[in-house]
Design a protein around this ligand. Structure first.
Ligand code: M6R
Length: 610
């Protein structure tokens, strides 16, 4: 979604801002802009479309400066127009960029209009610009004006502000949306995401809820919500520049699909190093938190939700713990009967999905203090709000379609399952050793599945002209069918639905005809014979099936039934291996249809609004 970058330096910051915005492109956006203080004047360039178009316009206008802010906007309030693009200005004196949503913008707009302000855009952000300006008019300096305005804003925001009245200063504030400071030598930065500034510095400070920050070239001062000067820890970011570069791949999604053996190996490294499933993998006091739980409540959105659905099969079968999985945006608005002895597990690649964060806050308000975050972004909001954390080590995921984050989430959830089982005396030593061995073999099995790419590519050409597709799975592979359908629809725009195969005859079978491709995930598990019967139901109606079956499934091919054989059955970790071919199918179908694979229409990488 929206992205912020700001810089104050002794050099021209425009290339820093443009580079930062390019690195934020992966989050999804529809317009971009910068505002700088040049010779005491606010100069602004905004364009709908790509950062490169805005960059060209800035070059054409000869914009250079030592202080500036930049933004990529994903439209919420008001359409995709240049007038709605950030930065927004007030009286040409002050410029603001903003992530998040100001809920009381209507009331503030009316108030500011009554004070004589006029509005050029339909955005909630313009309210912030005028409000800060209004407080400056009351005699406040820029920092105090931002602090006063923040008190009057309801909702979620991360903002960066510059003013021509104080040309050596940049002020930021956060509430509900991430914002961090980058510390350089004689230069400092603001960003919503470390990837935006990692080319300039790796020394970062993560601002906390309610913080405001005052940046000059020489220093940074952070104030908490009460206005007191505070010290926030400095971190050294380990985001690798390589993970932000495409390298030899055509798309980040393709690169990230192929990075999965490495990502999985990195994620299980600490388990293997411990030679077992120990609670400390989840945090220092994890044994106390996990020891006496009576159930697990998983909360997540999108692909992360499907990881949770998969884990439910493991947690109930292996650990013997009751487990519910709920879409975070539903849970947060439901009257929930809470049992504080249940462990609340949030799953989020980004760690900043608003619905998941709000669901966690709601759970905590109901008395859930046993909370665990499974997350891919260190120091992001959700793990910081959780008692325990397990970081997946997938590396930066740039493609909007989640791939390596999903499979590493599954690895983390399997580790949780085994840890719970062991704490409850349900994991014999021999079984623990066997599961550890399965994990050790997993990167190899995933690589084997990746080697199927040429076969999957051939199939994808038959999918590309289709308008609809059905995905079927049973048991622990049903969530993989859901994930396959989500991948296909989000990047190829082919409408796809997933069903548990046994549910077919209760309705969806009516959709099956010769035009409907049916993808079946059919490994050699206890439900294989049931799946085979379900396939006959499709076959009898003329449907064309595309079956991913492992080497032991013994599927016969025919004119109607195409089979790609995934590696020999890997037991309980089979859903992880079967995620690979459905990712590849979606990728190649999208490629054949010529869609924007890494930045599919209307979608954003981090969903930081409701
Ligand atoms: O960052 P999160 O894991 O919290 O994101 C949740 C969903 O927005 C995300 O998984 C989304 O569904 C992906 N685009 C799917 O590929």
């Amino acid at each position: 979604m929206c992205g912020i970058v700001g810089a104050i330096a002794g050099r021209d910051v425009v290339p820093v801002l443009v580079e930062g915005l390019k690195r934020l492109e992966y989050r999804g956006y529809d317009s971009a802009g910068i505002a700088v203080l040049d010779d005491g004047q606010v100069r602004r360039v905004r364009r709908t479309g790509r950062v490169a178009e805005m960059e060209a316009a800035a070059q054409a206008e000869g914009i250079h400066a030592q202080l500036g802010i930049g933004h990529t906007r994903w439209a919420t309030h008001g359409g995709v127009t240049e007038a709605n693009a950030h930065p927004h200005v007030s009286f040409g004196e002050l410029a603001v960029v903003h992530n998040g949503i100001i809920e009381n913008h209507d009331a503030q707009r009316d108030r500011l209009k009554a004070l004589g302000y006029t509005f050029e855009s339909q955005t909630d952000t313009e309210v912030i610009a005028h409000l800060v300006h209004h407080h400056q008019q009351q005699g406040h300096d820029l920092l105090a004006a931002v602090q006063a305005a923040a008190k009057e804003l309801h909702g979620a925001y991360a903002i960066a502000v510059v003013s021509k009245r104080e040309p050596g200063r940049m002020v930021g504030a956060r509430m509900g949306c991430p914002l961090l400071v980058g510390l350089g030598e004689g230069e400092n930065f603001l960003a919503s995401d470390v990837s935006a500034i990692v080319q300039a510095t790796r020394r970062v400070i993560f601002l906390e809820e309610g913080d405001t920050v005052d940046l000059t070239r020489e220093g940074v001062r952070v104030f908490d919500a009460s206005g007191a000067l505070v010290t926030r820890d400095e971190h050294l970011s380990d985001v690798s520049l390589a993970s932000l570069e495409l390298g030899p791949y055509r798309h980040f999604m393709q690169k990230e699909i192929h990075e999965q053996p490495r990502a999985i190996a990195d994620t299980i490294e600490q388990v293997i190093a411990n030679n077992g499933f120990v609670p400390q993998l989840f945090g220092a006091n994890a044994e106390a938190v996990l020891g006496d739980i009576e159930g697990v409540q998983i909360l997540a959105c999108g692909t992360s939700y499907y990881a949770g659905l998969t884990a439910r099969y493991w947690i109930e079968a292996i650990a013997g713990v009751p487990c519910s999985v709920e879409i975070a945006s539903e849970y947060r608005y439901r009257t929930v009967v809470a049992n504080p002895k249940h462990l609340v597990v949030t799953i989020s690649q980004s760690g900043e999905t608003l619905d998941t964060m709000e669901a966690l806050k709601y759970a905590k308000s109901l008395g859930h203090d046993k909370t665990l975050s499974i997350c891919n972004v260190p120091e992001s909001a959700i793990p910081r709000a959780s008692a325990l954390v397990y970081y997946t080590r997938a590396g930066a995921e740039i493609g909007v379609a989640s791939t390596k984050a999903f499979t590493t989430q599954l690895v983390a959830l399997f580790t949780l399952t085994c840890t719970l089982a062991k704490l409850r005396g349900r994991l014999a030593q021999a079984q623990e050793a066997a599961y550890l061995d399965d994990l050790r073999q997993l990167p190899g099995s995933v690589q084997h599945a990746l080697n199927l790419e040429p076969q999957v590519q051939v199939w994808s050409e038959r999918f590309a002209p289709k308008q609809h597709a059905l995905f079927l799975g049973r048991g622990v592979h049903y969530p993989i069918a859901l994930e396959g359908a989500l991948k296909l629809k989000e990047i190829s725009y082919i409408h796809a639905e997933a069903y548990p195969a046994g549910e077919l005859k209760h309705g969806p079978l009516a959709l099956v005809d010769t035009e409907m491709p049916v993808v079946v995930i059919a490994p050699n598990d206890s439900l294989l014979e049931k799946v085979k019967s379900n396939i006959q139901e499709v076959r009898a109606r003329g449907g064309e099936m595309f079956v991913f079956a492992d080497l032991d499934s013994h599927f016969g091919e025919s004119e109607q039934v195409h089979v790609i054989r995934t590696p020999r059955h890997v037991g309980v970790l089979s859903p992880i291996v079967h995620s690979i071919p459905v990712q590849l199918l979606a990728y190649h179908a999208a490629l054949a249809r010529g869609t924007d694979v890494d930045k599919p229409r209307n979608l954003a990488k981090s969903v930081t609004v409701e």
